[in-house]
Design a protein around this ligand. Structure first.
Ligand SMILES: [Zn+2]
Length: 172
C-alpha cells in the first residue's frame, strides 16, 4: 500500500478552475448542482464494468473500483454534512480520513454491482437534499476541523469538483 495520503487543502477549487482536471465549478448555479451530481453519478457504472476495475495503474493510484467506492462515500458524507448544516448552526464536520477508509473498508474487494447500486442511492439522496433547499438554506454555514469555512453553496461546488476530478482520474 503506497497510496500517498492527499493532504492538500483543495478549497481553491471554489475560487478557480482546477488546473489538473480542468473542471470549473466556480460559478455553477446552486439550482443546477443536483442535476450535475446525477449526471456524474450516471457515468460510474461503466467504470465498474471495466475488466480492469480492480487493477491499480501503479502503486500510487487507486483502481477504478476504489475510486468509485470513494465517490460513493464522498456522496454519503456530503449528504450528512448538508443535513448537519441545515439542522445546526455553524457545525464543525467530523474528520474523515479517506485513505484510511479505503483500506479499512477494503474498497478493492467490494462487489462492483453493489458499489454501483450504493453510489446511485447516495447520489440520489444528496441530489434530493440539494433540490429541497430554500435560497436561505443554501447560505447556511459549516466548518472543517482544519478551519476551512463553507456555505452549503460553496460546499456543493467543492463536492462537485471532487466527483468530476475523480471522473478525470479514471478516464485514462
Ligand atoms: Zn480537478
Amino acid at each position: 500500500m503506497l497510496i500517498v495520503p492527499d493532504t492538500k487543502n483543495w478549497t481553491w477549487v471554489i475560487e478557480r478552475p482546477c488546473p489538473e482536471c480542468g473542471y470549473d465549478a466556480t460559478d455553477h448555479p446552486d439550482a443546477t448542482i443536483a442535476t450535475a451530481i446525477r449526471t456524474n453519478a450516471a457515468t460510474w457504472p461503466a467504470v465498474l464494468a471495466r475488466p480492469d476495475t480492480r487493477v491499480r495503474p501503479n502503486d500510487a493510484t487507486w483502481s477504478p473500483l476504489e475510486y468509485t467506492a470513494h465517490v460513493r462515500d464522498v456522496l454519503r458524507i456530503y449528504r450528512d454534512r448538508v443535513r448537519l448544516m441545515v439542522e445546526t448552526d455553524d457545525p464543525v464536520y467530523e474528520n474523515w480520513d479517506q485513505d484510511a477508509a479505503a483500506v479499512a473498508d477494503s474498497y478493492n474487494e467490494q462487489d462492483p454491482a453493489l458499489v454501483a447500486a450504493e453510489l446511485a442511492d447516495a447520489a440520489s439522496a444528496l441530489a434530493g437534499a440539494f433540490d429541497a433547499l430554500s435560497a436561505a438554506e443554501w447560505q447556511r454555514v459549516g466548518r472543517r476541523s482544519d478551519g476551512a469555512n463553507f456555505t452549503i453553496s460553496s460546499l456543493s461546488k467543492y463536492l462537485l469538483h471532487d466527483v468530476e476530478h475523480h471522473r478525470w482520474d479514471v478516464a485514462g
